[in-house]
Ligand binder design. Structure first.
Ligand code: GUN
Length: 281
């Protein structure tokens, strides 16, 4: 079994992006910039945002965090987004989720200029992705896609099973695989006989948030299995895939941690640079 080393593949991607930032700096005498808006004190968000800033700075991007208390007015955040939309030094804007209940998530997402939407959550980008046009693509499914391509560059005709239908992961994941000519099935909590569906997959992507849901006998021999799950349990952080069992049948499998996670941040950096490059067109 091939353990897919997300840490290593993400480090390679970051090195490539650093070279790109250096050449942008030489050519244009400025660098792409990422601004992250962080609202409230949800502990995991604080950690994610700090890691995003650190990684952005390491490859030479301009990086800024705008922090607001959890009771900030929605209008204040919308005004800030308007300001960032107009700022030429800001190539990418990310509003860290989840948001406090009194703030309308969709309203916030739709206020971001789609050309600066490094999350790929704006309806323009969602639509462009599903129409097969150029767009920002959500970072986690983009990271999964790049890992799958490392193992199997030609995905044409492969059967892919996506478990989970979220806007963040499942749906964009399915679109990326469709673009590669996979035959894609999106499954979810109401799917009948999920095991039987999974058994058909040459590629299985688990993004449901149920610890060790996917068992060894759910997986076809030599399938590629990508585990997006990050579940906090008494045993520590574990994925949506029963790692030991599945590792005995899969051709390649991502570990948790050290699989998809590092790729998510690397893809955010990629999206920031891609937004900068598109802004020059
Ligand atoms: N919170 C957890 N994951 C994400 C993500 O990919 N983007 C944003 N904006 N917030 C998140």
């Amino acid at each position: 079994m091939n353990l897919i080393d997300g840490k290593k593949i993400a480090a390679q991607l970051r090195n490539k992006l650093k070279v790109e930032v250096d050449s942008i700096q030489k050519k244009f005498n400025r660098v792409p910039g990422l601004t992250v808006i962080l609202i409230g004190d949800f502990a995991p968000s604080q950690i994610y945002v700090r890691n995003k800033e650190k990684s952005a700075k390491e490859i030479g991007l301009r990086s800024e965090i705008v922090k607001y208390p959890k009771d900030v007015q929605e209008k204040t955040v919308l005004n800030k987004i308007d300001e960032l939309n107009k700022d030429d030094d800001v190539s990418g804007i990310l509003v860290q989720l989840p948001l406090p209940d009194h703030i309308d998530k969709q309203k916030i997402i739709e206020r971001i200029n789609p050309e600066k939407d490094v999350d790929g959550f704006h309806p323009h980008n969602v639509g462009n992705l599903s129409s097969g046009y150029e767009s920002s693509v959500p970072c986690t499914p983009l990271g999964c896609y790049l890992l799958i391509k490392e193992i199997e560059p030609n995905l044409s005709g492969k059967k892919a099973i996506v478990i989970g239908r979220s806007n963040l992961n499942g749906k964009p994941m399915a679109q990326l695989l469709l673009k590669e000519n996979c035959t894609v099935t999106i499954t979810h909590s109401k799917t009948k006989d999920l095991k039987n569906e999974c058994n058909k997959g040459d590629i299985v992507i688990a993004a449901v948030g149920i610890p060790e849901l996917v068992k060894g006998d759910w997986i076809k021999k030599d399938a590629i299995v990508i585990d997006v799950g990050i579940n906090k349990t008494e045993k520590g952080i574990i994925g949506d895939v029963a790692f030991e069992e599945v590792s005995k049948v899969a051709k390649a499998l991502t570990p948790v941690p050290g699989g998809v996670g590092p790729m998510t941040i690397a893809c955010l950096l990629k999206n920031t640079i891609d937004c900068f490059k598109r802004s020059l067109k």
